[in-house]
Ligand binder design. Sequence first.
Ligand code: DAH
Length: 347
Amino acid sequence: MSQGELERSLKKVSEEAEEGLKTIKNLEMLGDWYQAFLGKKSPFNAFFVALKDLSNEDKKEYGPRINTLRNQLEGAYASKKEALEIIALNEKLKDDRIDVTKSFAKKQGTLHPLSQVQRQVEDVFVSMGFEIADGPEVETEWFNFDALNIPGTHPARDMQDTFFVNHKTDNPKKNTVLRTHGTCIDIRKMCEKGAPIRTIAPARVFRNEALDATHDAIFYQVDGCLVDKNISLADLKGALKSVLSAVFERDIKIRVRPGYFPFVEPGLEIDIWWEYIDKNGEAAGRWLEFCGAGMLHPNVLRHCDIDPDEYNGFAFGFGLTRLVMMKYGIEDIRHLFSFKKEFLEQF
Ligand code: DAH
């Protein structure tokens, strides 16, 4: 390459590189540009070969000019690269943006239907001045049975298949059972606080039952009592109707029948009128057992040091699990405790 050709080539490369750079839009194009002007097969190889054949004077001029052009192109490449990288990063950040609130809201769960209905029931009773009480799941035989007017030999103990926790002794205050009902919590509270008292106890209870669509060995009840002066069955009926109307969000018809529970006299069974659409698509209804209840037996009040001549009161106990199943039309109790997301997501 003569000096004249070198002169023209340098100018051409400089112009083409500058023009080329202007059209570059991304790092890939910039890579190609680099290969073309500064890579292994770039025109600079030819420039340095040409330099060797030039006169000493021309070498002094063209040597530094070739180097300067190369440095300029390297510099232009570096700043273009930096600018493109920032653009690429911003693009990526735009796509990758994490909406923290969105993903959080999506994953948020809901209360289990049992907890929802339990809260509704609690709200209604609290509005009527009841306190919410709790007690131990491993209960003494005395609180579970004896204090409730169910002595050791009483056949009523067979009504509730009991899990005994210890080897039975003769002392019911030392024997322990998994509580078979929530009524023992009423008794504990009456013994602790005396009269007057209004208390309810949502309780997990245990019975040695075979598992099927409507029975489980573990289920939930709400038991409660009210002891004061001149209490009547009308008070009980009013309280239960208020709870049912709140849970079902409509007026619910109830029926009272005589029933037997050793700790209440008279003892009652309370049914609710259940309306549904039958197989033929016709409106139908039937009575469903809802609750055991009654006026507290004088012996029970005496066990808690409450004078039955001064005070009287009612007690009731219903299945919370059963209430939830009625409210949502759940046919199999096992769904409630399956913890299947598809099932629970409906509530
Ligand atoms: N504890 C009884 C049961 O689980 C239900 C019951 C009946 C509770 C009458 C009461 C009551 O408080 O007064 O079968």
